[in-house]
Design a binder for this molecule. Structure first.
Ligand code: ATP
Ligand code: MG
Length: 243
C-alpha cells in the first residue's frame, strides 16, 4: 500500500532522513518511534509532500508519487494528522469539517474508505456535541479528534499520524489507539508516529525505531510485546525509564 525505498530528505542541504525503507500494508498499523529530533516528523512530511525528498521513492499501491506536492498526494490517498493538531482557533468544528470534506470522484463512491461529515460524526460523536464550538474552545482531546476528522474527510488510503496522543490523558490515549486500530481494520494503511514504545506496541503490527534518521530496529508488534528488550535497547532506555 505505502512503500518507501531509500527515502532521503533534509533541510538546507543537511540530511535528516538517511535512506529509509519502510512499508505499510493496507489494514495494518506501522509505528515509528524515536527520540526528539530523530526525524519522525521529517519522514511524515516527506511522505505527505510537505518536504521534498532528495533521493528514494514513495509508492502508493505500486504507483510512484515521489516528490509530488501535498495537494496531489492528498488526492493520491495520503491523509495527514499533523503533530500539534493544527486546528484553526477561530473556526468552528462544523466549519473545519465542511472545509476538509473532499467529495470523492465519480465511480469512487462505493469504495469503503469514503468519508462524509456525517460518517465522521458517527465515529467521533463528541465532535457532534461540539459542532458550534471554535477550535480554540476545544480540549486537547477534542482538537485531536478534529485533526483526525479533517484527515479522514479526504478519504485517504494511507493515514499518517504524527504523535496523535501527545499531551493527552491516559484514557484519551487509549481511545486514540482504539480508533487507530478500528481504522486500520477497515482497510487503511496507518503510519503512526508514537511518543513511546509502550504506546507503539499497544497497537502496531510492525515497529521501526528511528535513530538520527536511520532505522536501527524493525520488529513485529507481537515480538515486542512478548519481549521488549530489543526495542528498549534500540532506544537506549534504562531500567528506570518508563515508556
Ligand atoms: N523546517 C526545518 N528546517 C530545518 N531543520 C529542521 C526543520 N524541521 C526539523 N528540522 C531538524 O531536523 C531534525 C529532525 O526533526 P524532526 O522534527 O523530523 O524530528 P522528530 O523526530 O519529529 O522530533 P520530535 O520528537 O521532537 O517531534 C532536527 O534536527 C530538527 O532540528
Ligand atoms: Mg516530530
Amino acid at each position: 500500500m505505502l512503500e518507501l525505498t531509500g527515502l532521503t530528505a533534509g533541510y538546507h542541504g543537511g540530511t535528516v532522513l538517511h535512506g529509509l525503507d519502510l512499508t505499510v500494508d493496507a489494514g495494518s498499523v506501522h509505528a515509528v518511534v524515536g527520540h526528539n529530533g530523530a526525524g519522525k516528523t521529517t519522514l511524515v512530511h516527506t511522505v505527505a509532500g510537505l518536504t521534498r525528498p532528495s533521493a528514494g521513492t514513495v509508492r502508493i499501491d505500486g504507483r510512484e508519487v515521489t516528490g509530488q506536492p501535498a495537494h496531489r498526494l492528498a488526492r493520491a490517498g495520503i491523509g495527514l494528522v499533523p503533530q500539534g493538531r493544527r486546528v484553526f482557533a477561530g473556526l468552528t468544528v462544523e466549519e473545519h469539517l465542511r472545509l476538509s470534506h473532499r467529495p470523492p470522484r465519480r465511480g469512487d463512491t462505493a469504495r469503503p474508505g469514503v468519508w462524509t461529515p456525517a460518517r465522521v460524526l458517527e465515529l467521533l460523536p463528541r465532535l457532534g456535541e461540539r459542532r458550534t464550538n471554535r477550535g480554540a474552545d476545544l480540549s486537547g482531546g477534542e482538537q485531536q479528534m478534529l485533526a483526525l476528522a479533517r484527515a479522514l474527510l479526504g478519504s485517504p488510503r494511507v493515514l499518517l499520524l504524527d504523535e496523535p496522543t501527545e499531551g493527552l490523558a491516559p484514557v484519551l490515549v487509549r481511545q486514540v489507539h482504539e480508533l487507530v486500530v478500528t481504522l486500520a481494520a477497515e482497510g487503511l494503511a496507518v503510519l503512526l508516529v508514537s511518543p513511546s514504545p509502550a504506546q507503539a506496541v499497544a497497537c502496531a503490527r510492525t515497529l521501526t525505531v528511528l535513530t538520527s534518521g536511520r532505522m536501527t530496529l524493525r520488529t513485529s508488534g507481537e515480538d515486542a510485546r512478548a519481549d521488549p528488550t530489543a526495542l528498549r535497547a534500540a532506544l537506549e532506555l534504562t531500567a528506570t525509564d518508563n515508556g
